[in-house]
Design a protein. Sequence first.
Length: 301
Amino acid sequence: MYSAIQNKFAEALASKALSFTPSTEIRKTLDNSVEAIYTHAPSLSQKPSNAALKTGESQPSPWLPPDEALLVKKLEHHSVVLNKFAVAKYHFLLVTNEFKDQSLPLGELDFEAAFNLLREVNRESGKRHIGFFNCGSQSGASVKHRHIQFMTLPDNFHPFPDTTPEVKLEGCTGDKRVPFSHFIAGIAKDASAEDVTFRYSEVLGRTLTTISKENQEAQRPEINYNLVFTEEWIMATPRKHESSESGISINALGTIGLALAKSDEQLHKLEEQGLEIIAEVGYPFEEVTEYAPDHVGFTRY
Ligand code: AMP
């Protein structure tokens, strides 16, 4: 699969089916040894705007069917396609073969395909990849058709959940080193698709609780969150705004410190704010409390 991704990328670049935006990388170590990399790409005008998602207008899917020039492989329920507007080399996506709504929860078929793909590309490339999913108009998503994205993690970059204390294989936890609300669950080495889906539903459950607590006045609060996952853990971050006050769009990658600056000004803002920007577009950090079944109890007769 990895060589098919590489070959397709080279062909699509040569035939101009894909546009690749050059960028520079600025590495930072934030408070408490949390790592961040800001990608500076001043010429990013081609990414489709997510205005259509925001207003709920109908938007045609780019993957019905996928462009042959970007299609890496058709699987049973999904297809592996290249990102047409790449900033990172070999940025690929797993899209459903039938239209499914990006704003609905992922299911076991999605996780089965996503983890098979993740494990396969990691093994074949010897590089570590991150999977991510932007859900809701305020999450950084721009396409309504269900898609999970994948990127090679930069060399020597360690997303903070790698060193979060107490990431367990049951329940979920948060990391006090970062200022925003998020939920991390460990994934077992031999986890089945069902296990992974269950771990996802745990972090999603916490995310929904935060969203409903923070939007009690809203009649129908929209569900906005980012999901990032590796072979070892999965993390969900509830969201309320697509971009910061200074106009920087944040998607799932931003939650692990990989943010994109489209101008010098945005780069300076990112350097100034660090991960505080995620608290601004999400919710403030909250301690993850254990459920306490002892206190719920059943009435015994
Ligand atoms: P998101 O913005 O998180 O919804 O992710 C959508 C991704 O699909 C972005 O990385 C876009 O660059 C990419 N994309 C948009 N249109 C196409 C297309 N026609 N073919 C392939 N990728 C696309």
